[in-house]
Each structure stands twice: as structure tokens, then as C-alpha cells.
Ligand binder design. Sequence first.
Ligand SMILES: Cc1cc2nc3c(=O)[nH]c(=O)nc-3n(C[C@H](O)[C@H](O)[C@H](O)COP(=O)(O)OP(=O)(O)OC[C@H]3O[C@@H](n4cnc5c(N)ncnc54)[C@H](O)[C@@H]3O)c2cc1C
Ligand code: SF4
Ligand code: SF4
Ligand code: SF4
Length: 385
Amino acid sequence: MIKITDPSKCCGCFACVSSCPVGCIVMTRDQEGFDYPVADADLCVGCGRCDSVCPMDRHDYEAEPFAAYAVRFDEYLAGSSSGGVFPALASSVLDEGGCVYGAVQKSDMKTVHAEASDMAQMEAMRGSKYVQSNLYPVFEDIREKLQMNRKVLFSGTPCQIAGLDNFLGKSYDNLLTVDIACHGVPPPGLWERYVDSLEKEAGKKIVHVDFRDKSRSWRHYRMSIRYDDGTVSYSRRDNNPYLSLFMQKMILRPSCYDCRFKCGRSGSDITLSDLWSVSDLVPELDDDKGVSGVFINTVKGMHAFGSLRPAFVQEVDPDKARSCNSGFSSDAEVPAARDEFFKGAYQTPDILAHMKEYVVKEPLSRRIWRSVRSLLSKIKRRILV
Ligand SMILES: Cc1cc2nc3c(=O)[nH]c(=O)nc-3n(C[C@H](O)[C@H](O)[C@H](O)COP(=O)(O)OP(=O)(O)OC[C@H]3O[C@@H](n4cnc5c(N)ncnc54)[C@H](O)[C@@H]3O)c2cc1C
Ligand code: SF4
Ligand code: SF4
Ligand code: SF4
């Protein structure tokens, strides 16, 4: 029976919860706001399934990608976080009568994995949600669809791909898995407190959050929040404590500081990322609108990617495509103030002030350099066009 004694040994993938034959495991929120499985010993029948599907010790992949590409889909650029490759893959699976699973934001601003069987439903999956998503009961749905011979695209973090793989216990030709480069996920508990505080402060309800509003810049992280009265507020990373703490790696899940699944270790067919080294690799695309770095990990992934028709595609060196990207770098150091931050986070009456206290301002030189790079990209693009 699963028992989590060290939180860094559970990535929260839901494989155990989804596998229990008597349904006696529930995800339970801890003091940091993350969800962990807790089994009811009175109901447990001792089958051992939960332990055997857990990917933390039982998932050994070590794949070097076959190839990497710089890619952009013009038609999906605006609503997607990088170059819009995910909606293009989704469209191709849906065209074949398949279904797509990805992370969506519900009307209460909670992030969950959901199914889409047409492009209208898929729309909500576009864009990064910087909070850990709830996967229950998606794994069982996926197995059912696969057994019915439906084509399935599952997208998620590398640990979610590994969890699904262990849950299924066998490979399916009709399953395509796509993970995102991932430097970690923040807790749903903190996100919910943050949303609640913003709503109280504004005196109105939030109806949509774009964690990565690219309308001005792909490089400068900016969040946009739409309220029920139609107003929208924008905040850049430097004046948004949630984005700042996420980028500072202060609020990541303990397992993210020693991740076993990123960098080609999830077993996914394709990995999608931001191509931060765009200015070196494809200067003609360096216009601050977003470019994807796509890594092809399997033959199945190569076939799926080969069927797409992007506006721009160019093969690039995988090592260079991974550079300058914390989603591929070795694991983050646990910030010294992390424990202290979480100890105070759920007791304080003013979570916004508490979060601001722990933000480390980016050095001015770095912010200026980023602005200069954005400007240079735009000038270079004008010269090249
Ligand atoms: C928490 C998080 C951390 C990330 N860290 C990095 C990083 O360090 N480096 C990097 O290059 N890229 C990172 N990304 C991924 C990147 O920003 C893009 O999402 C990715 O390149 C796909 O972009 P796209 O334009 O092809 O598709 P988009 O249309 O933006 O598609 C978004 C995709 O991300 C999935 N997704 C969104 N939110 C979540 C979530 N909370 N949990 C699981 N899946 C989710 C959706 O299901 C969909 O497949 C991160 C994304 C998230 C959610
Ligand atoms: S051992 Fe079997 S019954 Fe018990 S919690 Fe694990 S999966 Fe459920
Ligand atoms: S299966 Fe996933 S959720 Fe369950 S204990 Fe293992 S890592 Fe945690
Ligand atoms: S960093 Fe690793 S453990 Fe954390 S969410 Fe990403 S894939 Fe999962």
C-alpha cells in the first residue's frame, strides 16, 4: 500500500490513485498546497498495484532525441505559449477521428486534464498553466479509448507521461504522447489562495487567466487576468509575485528539484519547448513572437511530426536547441528560503504581501539586457524581411 513519507519521492502523477481496484486512495492536500496520495488502510486489499505503477522508482528511460527542429505555425502562434505545435498535432489526431487530452483551466480557475474530441474543445488546452494539473480520472478514460482502437494524443509534463505509461503497463500503437519541457510545477493550493486574494482585492470574479500572455512579447513573461466585468489586468513577471516565485523556482513541487523524467527520460514520443536559443539557431524567426523547439524521441513521434505542415521548420542541433532553457538543465537548487516561505504561506491573512516579501528582484542589468534583446530581435527581423 502506497505511503508517502518523503514528499520528494512523489511527483503527483495520479498513477496509483487511478490503479487502485477498490478506489481507496485519495489525493490529499499537504501543508504546501500540493496533492499526495493517501490510502485508506481499512479498505486496502493489499494487491500492491499502487506501488507497482508508481514511476518514481520504476521508469527507466534514457533517450537521446533522433532530431530537433525549430518550428512555427502562424495560425496557432497567438494563442499558444511557444510556436503552436501542440494545436497542430491535436488537429491532426482529431482529423483522424481521435481524441486529445491536455491541461485546461476550469471556470473556478482550477487546472485539470480534460478530453477534447474537436478543435473547439481543444482550444482550452492551448497555453501554459503554471500550476500542477489534476489528472483524475483521465488515465482510465484513456485506457478505454485505446482499447476501443481510438487514436489518442496525451499531452502533459514529463512525469505525467511516465505515470500514464506505467498505469497502462503496455505500449499502444494508437497512443501518441507529447510532453513539454518542464522546470517544475507550483502547488494548486497556493494558486487557489492567490486567485481568491486577487478576487477579494478587486471585488470581482476572475473568468480567465493567461499565464503567458504573448501579445506584447514572448520573452517577457506577462500574465493577463480577465474579470467578470470585462476588464483585464496585465502584470509582467517583475510585478507579479506568482510569476516571479515560479521563475525563481521557490514554489516548485519537492520532486521537481530532483526530477527523474525531464530531458528525454519520460518515454514521450515528442517533446515541445520554447526555443530560447532562437537568435543563434534561426535568426530570421527571432521576432519575439514565439518559436518552438521540437524534439523527436521515437519513430512514432517522427511519423506524427512528419505529417504536419508548419509555416516554418528547420532541423537544428539538439544540444543547441536545449541550451539556455531551464526545462532541460540539471535540477534546480532548492532555494534557501523555500521552507520558510511555505511555513508562512497558509497562515498569513495577506498572501499577496507574503509572496511579495520573498520575491528576489531580477538585477536591473538583466532586465535591461532582456529588453535590449527584444528590441534587437525586432530590428534584426525588419532588416532580414
Ligand atoms: C508548468 C510548466 C513549466 C514549463 N517550463 C518550461 C521550460 O522550462 N522550458 C520550456 O521550453 N518550456 C516550458 N514549458 C512549456 C512551454 O511553455 C510550452 O507549453 C510548450 O512549448 C508547448 O507550446 P506550444 O506553443 O506548442 O503549445 P501550447 O498551445 O502552448 O500548448 C500547451 C500545452 O501544454 C500543456 N499544458 C499546459 N499547462 C499544463 C500543466 N499545468 N500541466 C501539464 N500540461 C500542461 C497543454 O496540455 C498543451 O499540451 C512549461 C510549461 C508548463 C505548463
Ligand atoms: S495495495 Fe491495492 S488496494 Fe491497497 S491501496 Fe494499493 S492499489 Fe489500493
Ligand atoms: S504513482 Fe504518482 S502519485 Fe502515486 S505515489 Fe507514485 S508518484 Fe505519487
Ligand atoms: S520538473 Fe519533473 S517532477 Fe516536476 S513537474 Fe516537471 S516533470 Fe514533473
